[in-house]
Design a protein around this ligand. Structure first.
Ligand code: ADP
Length: 486
């Protein structure tokens, strides 16, 4: 108590008295606090108690030397000295309750201090003495008494305080906090007192506590770990967001680079492709102007035909470019009508024969094909493009077969040739815009690499599919479908 008071800066007035006087003073608020009071429910009705147990004790029966007492039953007919008002006398597990439970009849001599309890036994006025184990441990040797095996009434010792006093809650809070602190430090005055007065060492037992600094260090470490974990989580979410942004940026950049490359390719291919027909037109027209008089009619006609062909080539290139840019911009419009696929196929083949008279172009169309809703001009354009390619890449194969048939829910067109063929690895790529298989053996055919991309765009705009099948050296077959119900 002195230690707590000095730590708290309290000025304490000590009021000495017998055990009972102290309890009475506490009850009547003459004193504020009393140490070392065993907690019982009865007492809790009269006093307030600090929550933190200061010590756990119990009581013991001592016998005057020469008196045989080994058990409660041996107290029969004996005089027993006890401390008046003590919990070990009046409490629910006190000696009075104990002997009556064993139906033992004995005489109790009540006195006001443990000193006089021992003195009574020592003087022969009592056969037995009941004291707390610690008092007995310290003082038994000073009297003519011996320890018996009878121990009873374990009790938890607390500070008792005046019930309901305005000071009590504050005192309880401070005392509890100090006792807890003292019990948390094995080198504290609390343990030094227990050791020097009672010979009790702090190792193990209910009083051994983890020192506060260890607890605070652990709490600190835990907080640090939590903080680091939260930091790591935050950082990882930041990293994820940034990674997503970077990926999106990379995709954008890739798109941009592809566009840029495409633009470059387009420019170089267009200028290259335009140059040839333009050179033809320029050459023949200059010749016609400069040598008009010297050229015969045949020569003039051939020149004009070359100019005408080169102009067709230019028109077709410009048409391809326009179609492609319309498709890219989503401006392609289909004008659908009910069309007879047989008539469409046969007319397209007949027109193609005029463009390529040296080839055998065959139309293979079964009778009874249904009418199909489609943009006839656009589907004709696809067929023409495929036929022109078949002729362009024919090599020595001079037969081209164009067919149309109805299969399931689709109308299936195909253009088959016996030309160069296409390597398997290229079969998908040839439908990409500006994709060409350069340096084909035996041909020096020119083109923009847009024809098949336009075909795919037109077929897909009808809800169909297009693909190529081929064997190198044996020929290719281009197939596309148009849904019948479109
Ligand atoms: P272009 O004919 O202007 O090069 P296309 O898109 O029409 O462009 O064709 C792409 C490529 O596909 C051509 O470069 C050619 O190598 C190949 N190809 C197209 N049709 C055939 C065919 N019938 N036989 C062999 N190769 C073909």
């Amino acid at each position: 108590m002195k230690y707590i008071a000095s730590e708290e800066g309290w000025r304490v007035e000590y009021v000495p008295g017998t055990w009972n006087e102290c309890l009475t003073r506490l009850q009547s608020n003459e004193i504020d606090m009393m140490p070392d009071v065993a907690y019982t429910e009865d007492r809790a009705a009269l006093y307030d108690f600090s929550k933190e147990a200061v010590y756990v004790s119990w009581s013991r029966v001592y016998a005057r030397r020469g008196v045989h007492i080994e058990s409660i039953l041996d107290l029969e007919g004996k005089n027993v000295a006890v401390l008046r008002g003590s919990v070990n006398v009046e409490g629910p597990e006190g000696i009075k309750t104990l002997v009556s439970a064993f139906d033992v009849q004995c005489e109790f001599i009540e006195t006001d201090s443990y000193n006089s309890v021992f003195e009574l036994a020592d003087a022969g006025e009592a056969d037995a003495a009941v004291v707390s184990k610690d008092y007995g441990h310290l003082h038994a040797a000073d009297y003519d008494v011996v320890e018996t095996p009878i121990v009873f009434q374990p009790s938890s010792l607390h500070f008792a305080l005046t019930k309901g006093s305005s000071l009590t809650p504050y005192l309880i809070e401070r005392v509890d906090s100090r006792v807890e602190e003292l019990k948390g430090d094995q080198g504290s005055l609390y343990y030094r007192s227990l050791e020097s007065w009672l010979g009790i060492r702090p190792a193990g037992g209910s009083v051994a506590r983890i020192p506060r600094w260890v607890i605070w260090t652990l709490v600190g470490v835990l907080l640090l770990v939590l903080l680091l974990a939260a930091g790591a989580l935050f950082l990882s979410s930041q990293v994820k967001t940034r990674t997503r942004e970077l990926k999106a940026e990379a995709i954008e950049r890739q798109k941009y680079e592809e566009m840029d490359k495409l633009k470059g390719n387009l420019l170089s291919m267009v200028s290259h492709e335009l140059r040839t027909p333009l050179a033809t037109i320029k050459g023949y027209s200059t010749m016609l102007i400069d040598y008009n008089d010297r050229l015969d009619n045949d020569e003039k006609a051939r020149s004009l035909m070359s100019i005408d062909k080169a102009t067709d080539r230019l028109v077709s290139l410009v048409d391809q470019l326009l179609d492609m840019s319309r498709m890219e911009a989503g401006l392609l419009k289909l004008e659908k009508d009910l069309v007879d696929p047989a008539v469409l196929t046969e007319q397209t083949v007949a027109d193609a024969r005029l463009r390529a008279p040296e080839y055998r172009l065959e139309a293979d169309v079964p009778a009874g094909l249904p009418l199909v809703r489609m943009d006839a001009n656009r589907i004709r354009q696809v067929l023409e493009n495929l036929i022109d390619n078949a002729v362009k890449y024919a090599s020595n194969g001079r037969v081209v077969t164009v067919s149309a048939l109805s299969r399931g829910t689709e109308l299936v067109f195909s253009v088959a040739d016996h030309g160069l063929g296409i390597p398997e690895s290229e079969l998908d790529k040839i439908f990409d815009r500006l994709y060409r298989i350069e340096e084909r053996p035996g041909t020096q055919v020119q083109g923009l690499g847009l024809g098949l991309a336009i075909c795919r765009g037109l077929v897909e705009a009808h809800g169909g599919r297009i693909w190529a099948e081929s064997r190198i050296g044996q020929g290719s077959r281009f197939v596309f479908t148009i849904p019948l119900g479109a």
